[in-house]
Design a binder for this molecule. Structure first.
Ligand SMILES: Cc1ncc(COP(=O)(O)O)c(C=O)c1O
Length: 394
């Protein structure tokens, strides 16, 4: 057994079913293990490493922060990088104000608090929150309670109260759950952990109208589907519906931890000093990382690339679906794609790793593809050829 793995097993808490693989480096869309074996990466740290590995602009920007000496100064003071990151987010989203934190779950905690304070402006009991079944919003108490999957919650009750779940894309169920005490509805425009499931645009439009009618905030969790992954900067931009707020993390820092709650004019003045904070939120290191990717999204070439190669990737997966009965469905948009199998995905993922291809599941039977956004059609061909070999052998 590899010593790093053995030491890890003795040192880490038992929270992850880790593969016996130790990663050490990377270039482009390829990561390298301890022995120098290369893997084509369709995981990207689970939709995080959008610029791939060794991007020179990204590396130089981070080195610049280290050279200047100041990585962090707290939110007692301003720093130029956080101001620029918030400004770039405003430009990309046409929203109004940004709160920085460190992760997706933390961004959703901020959104939950925002929703409750928003509701209390109208009535002390306007504090109910509705989220979708099969959603995923994170692991801290509020976000875990918002997550619409019992498997993440069952050992940890009692949950945060007054968070209800209704089936994804079922407007009748949602409208029956909504009442004058509903403060917010949370949605993922493309559910990630729930198996790469797209929202029905008509459902989303109806939810928007209902929220407007009832004074309810519509909050989009863009932690996984945001930051260019779907082919638009934010997945809601594929529709004609604008949420009142959205949460971001994952690719926002390209591997440096950062999360954000971005609010539109409806609710950007709800928080006041003292209501919410995060020590590290928007520090110079993480905000500098965010600025590199935000600039790429604003320039537009990256999004055009995602749309082009994403469509190609989906067509190659559809060919596999046509060829193999065990592939039940191909889903997703841009470079947030998946195949649903008629059997557990874990063996396919393990076989792919053996053949130098990293894949990740999204639920029991779904193989998800969330590669760096810089992936080429040649790399997509390599991945699909490996997948083809594996499916033949099933
Ligand atoms: C849609 C969504 N929201 C929130 C989270 C939680 O993010 P984090 O792991 O950074 O707390 C995730 C993580 O997978 C996610 O996919």
């Amino acid at each position: 057994m590899n010593t790093t793995i053995e030491q890890g097993q003795m040192a880490f808490m038992n929270t992850y079913a880790q593969f016996p693989l130790v990663l050490k480096g990377g270039h482009g869309c390829t990561v390298t293990d301890q022995d120098g074996k290369e893997y084509l990466d369709m995981v990207a740290g689970i939709a995080v490493n959008s610029l791939g590995y060794g991007d020179s602009e990204f590396t130089d920007a981070l080195k610049g922060v280290l050279d200047a000496g100041l990585l962090h100064c707290s939110n007692l003071y301003y720093n130029e990088q956080a101001v620029l990151a918030a400004t770039q987010l405003k430009q990309l989203s046409a929203m109004e104000r940004v709160f920085f934190c460190n992760s997706g779950t933390e961004a959703n905690e901020a959104a939950l608090k925002l929703a409750r304070k928003w509701g209390k402006q109208f009535s002390p009991v306007k504090d109910e929150i509705i989220t979708m079944l099969s959603s995923f919003h994170g692991r801290t108490y509020g976000s875990m309670s918002a997550t619409g999957q019992v498997k993440y919650q069952k050992h940890f009750t009692p949950l945060v109260p007054k968070i209800l779940h209704t089936p994804f894309n079922d407007f009748d169920a949602l409208s029956s759950a909504v009442n004058e005490n509903t403060a917010a509805v949370f949605i993922e425009v493309i559910q990630g952990e729930g198996g790469i499931r797209e929202i029905d645009v008509d459902f989303l439009r109806k939810v928007r109208s209902l929220c407007d009618e009832m004074g309810i905030l519509l909050i989009a969790d863009e932690v996984q589907c945001g930051m260019g992954r779907s082919g638009k900067a934010f997945a809601w931009q594929h529709t004609d519906v604008t949420p009142d707020a959205m949460t971001l993390a994952k690719a926002l820092g390209n591997g440096v931890p950062i999360g954000a709650l971005v609010t539109s004019s409806t609710c950007c003045e709800v928080f006041e000093p003292g209501d919410h904070a995060a020590t590290f939120g928007g520090n110079l290191l993480s905000a500098t990382a965010a600025n590199v990717i935000l600039k790429r999204l604003l320039e537009g070439d990256l999004l055009a690339h995602v749309n082009e190669v994403g469509a190609y990737f989906k067509s190659r997966l559809q060919k596999l679906e046509a060829r193999y009965g065990c592939v039940l469905e191909v889903r997703g948009k841009g470079l947030m794609l998946a195949i649903e199998l008629d059997r557990p995905a874990r063996q396919v993922i393990a076989d792919a790793m053996e053949k130098g291809l990293l894949l990740v599941g999204a639920g029991e039977r779904v193989v998800r593809f969330v590669p760096p956004l810089i992936i080429t059609t040649a790399e997509i061909d390599t991945a699909c050829d490996i997948l083809d070999q594996i499916l033949t052998g099933l």
